[in-house]
Design a protein around this ligand. Structure first.
Ligand SMILES: *Cc1c(COP(=O)(O)O)cnc(C)c1O
Length: 703
């Protein structure tokens, strides 16, 4: 589907400045996900005054984007060859456009919401129904105020059924999602007590979720699940549970090791169903699917056969250490063009310039003509400069002529077995390998070959939670305030390289490590951000210079040693960071030493002060606020003295995670983010909502 840009201007009620003819096929909210610049419409989203989508318009314009939806006040003068649609609220405009697009189609649409299991129910329904219907569904967990309109935009006239999930975190949000999805069948998945955040009670949250179902022809839900006092919308219902009034009444569960038998009564007939899972959550989700299939009039024997073929779904992209210093990104639960774009993004972010290989299966039912599809794939891979593409499957084989252009080197195999026979031909070495395969290609066999043997105890690090936490703190800062992320101590135990790559990708300004070798590791892994090193030793001076690492200077002894070294090397104005001790009593100059230090810096000229900083001892503790304020005053005193004598601008920073939240007057030009990035809130009070980054998992040896 495509729309002329004029029509879109009408649909979203924009005041339009149109300078070039354009037809829109793709909607973009992130400049890193361009599929076809020419036909893309970029929505500048975000409610932060400066850190928002408008910041990326210049980048987008350079990449060839010609169509933009911006807020009324945006100055378009610098972009003479582009179309601008000005609106009051860009997110609302995106939603309006999606709602209009939705209204063009008359086929059934399933809308799914709940606390747990939305994505799994969606993916399972897809597995169960794809034989009978051409289905369009949300990619991954695209269920937010932005994800839903982007998903809906992919509806086309070739489809026969839509399955979309909706997730909310605040009151008022579901109403918007309802008008975009307009589901004709509603599914409420498990409503456990997962994150009530943003709502006063579980009841309030469920009631809000039910707004999705105002107009459905049938609402599918579990009766036993609903807490008291919930009012269901007045629509036809298909319920399941122990309750004798349930449409599908459950009589008994019999749990075995790997399967569960369910006895039920439906339409006054007794029946049994065997489910290939034995955990309660999966059984719950299967029953929700069962009701949906019964409602769609599938016969029980057919349903039984298909349910036995269901497989568990792990929606996360997994990053694992591979053989020969490789890193494996395993994303092979499905393969479609949208999830390929997301996975390639992640690959690029993690590879940060290292060699990349993509192992790709055929796409199943993309709904596009093969030629079209493979041109898109080529475009996506070329954009990310993939070094090597290994394509597996008969369709890829027959589109070899196109797909050959996807990477510097391309290889083709008819099926996974053929690749497994010949994989030793590829000397995989120190590269990032993305496995992207539809389920039936069984890429887990490839993963097993490429991944290093894993121990039974693993530390799992959630990098998207890390990105979330960074954004949560950035929202609290002035637009111009920089962030220095502390990745010392192996990223507080989370793996410094992977963590640093995420931080670099999401726009941290500075990194800080404890020791020189940590900095060297980051440089070798392709991290280009400025890096401050806190504990510098004399025998590391060479490495410091060689890898452009910037030392913290914390005493006259260190100052003199480094000065002599720079003098011998003939280096002037080497960037350094001056630390002053204002009460932490770990490292740092005395406040009284400011004049002496400044005079030496000026007369020697071997170093250039990039920043002056100090560390707070108890910024998280309200009882110590008086002490914290005193530290701050001493810091200002020291940095003012230095400023007057040096006579050039440097960055000042004193705020750690806790002070970012509690002492906004101490932000200055930069803040240092430590423990909070990793999801540990040192504050009891609210103010910032963090996600847990690390989980340690092990196997029970014996009970
Ligand atoms: C660790 C560290 C931080 C970060 O402090 P958090 O309380 O973890 O945010 C900031 N500055 C210095 C000098 C540090 O060593």
């Amino acid at each position: 589907m495509s729309y002329p840009v004029e029509q879109i201007a009408n649909i979203i009620n924009a005041s339009a400045t149109l300078r070039v003819p354009a037809t829109i096929r793709y909607l973009l909210t992130d400049t890193r996900q361009i599929i076809e610049a020419e036909t893309s419409l970029f929505f500048a989203l975000g409610n932060h005054p400066v850190r928002n989508g408008h910041q990326f318009i210049a980048t987008a314009y350079k990449s060839g984007i010609k169509n933009f939806v911006v807020t009324n006040t945006f100055n378009t003068a610098n972009y003479p060859k582009a179309n601008f649609l000005k609106v009051k609220n860009t997110l609302l405009a995106l939603q309006q456009l999606a709602a209009f697009h939705r209204s063009q189609f008359n086929y059934p649409v399933i809308g799914i919401t709940g606390s747990n299991g939305k994505t799994i129910v969606k993916e399972w329904l897809y597995q169960l129904l794809q034989k009978d219907w051409n289905i369009i569904r949300s990619p991954r967990s695209y269920n937010s105020q932005i994800g839903v309109p982007l998903s809906i935009w992919h509806m086309g006239s070739q489809h026969q059924l839509g399955i979309f999930e909706a997730g909310i975190s605040l009151p008022g949000e579901m109403q918007h999602l309802q008008t975009i999805i307009v589901p004709t069948i509603g599914i409420l998945t498990s409503v456990g007590d997962a994150h009530n955040e943003g709502f006063s009670s579980l009841q309030e949250k469920i009631q809000e979720k039910l707004l999705l179902f105002q107009q459905v022809a049938c609402l599918i839900y579990c009766v036993d699940d609903l807490p008291k006092g919930i009012t269901l919308p007045e629509v036809p219902q298909f319920s399941w549970g122990n309750d004798e009034h349930a449409t599908l009444q459950i009589q008994q569960f019999t749990y075995h090791t790997k399967k569960t038998e369910i006895r039920f009564v439906y339409n006054r007939n007794e029946g049994t169903l065997v489910v290939p899972f034995s955990d309660k959550a999966s059984v719950h989700n299967v029953l929700t699917c069962l009701c949906s299939l019964l409602y769609l009039k599938l016969a029980i024997p057919v349903i039984q056969e298909r349910i036995l073929q269901l497989h568990p779904i792990d929606m996360r992209m997994q990053l694992k250490k591979g053989i020969q210093d490789c890193t494996i990104i395993n994303d092979s639960y499905s393969n479609d063009i949208d999830s390929l774009a997301i996975a390639l993004d992640y690959l690029q972010q993690q590879a940060a310039g290292s060699k990349t290989t993509v192992i790709l299966s055929d796409f199943l039912e993309s709904g596009l003509p093969a030629e079209n599809l493979y041109h898109k794939v080529v475009h996506l891979l070329r954009q990310k400069n993939i070094n090597r593409c290994i394509a597996i499957g008969a369709n890829s084989m027959s589109n070899k002529a196109i797909l050959k252009q996807a990477a510097e080197e391309t290889y083709f195999f008819i099926d996974t077995a053929q690749f497994l026979n010949e994989w030793f031909r590829f000397s995989f070495q120190s590269e990032f390998i993305l496995l992207k395969g539809a389920r039936k290609y069984a890429f887990e066999q490839i993963a097993a070959l490429l991944e290093q043997q894993v121990h039974e105890t693993i530390l799992e690090v959630n990098l998207s939670a890390l990105a979330h936490n960074l954004r949560a703190y950035q929202q609290l800062l002035n637009p111009t305030t920089k962030t220095m992320a502390m990745v010392k101590a192996f990223g507080y135990g989370s793996g410094s390289v992977e963590v640093a790559k995420v931080l670099q990708f999401y726009g941290t300004d500075y990194l800080a490590v404890a020791y020189i070798d940590e900095g060297v590791t980051l440089r070798k892994a392709g991290i280009a951000l400025p890096i401050m090193v806190m504990n510098v030793e004399e025998n590391g001076f060479n490495a410091l210079i060689e890898h452009s690492l910037e030392p913290e200077i914390f005493s006259f002894q260190l100052y003199h040693r480094f000065h002599r070294f720079l003098l011998e090397q003939g280096i002037e104005k080497f960037p350094v960071h001056i630390k002053v001790d204002t009460g932490m009593h770990r490292l740092g100059f005395e406040v009284s030493e400011a004049v002496q230090l400044a005079q030496q810096l000026v007369s020697n000229n071997t170093m250039w002060v990039k920043s002056v900083f100090s560390h707070l001892a108890s910024a998280e503790n309200p009882a110590q606020d008086f002490f914290t304020q005193a530290q701050h005053l001493q810091f200002l005193n020291f940095s003012d003295t230095l400023q007057n004598i040096l006579n050039y601008k440097f960055i000042r920073h004193i705020a750690n995670s806790a002070a970012i939240v509690r002492h906004s007057a101490m932000h200055h030009e930069m803040v240092r983010l430590g423990i909070g990035l990793y999801g540990v809130n040192s504050l009891n009070e609210q103010g910032v909502t963090l996600q847990t980054v690390a989980a340690l998992k092990t196997t029970i040896a014996q009970i």
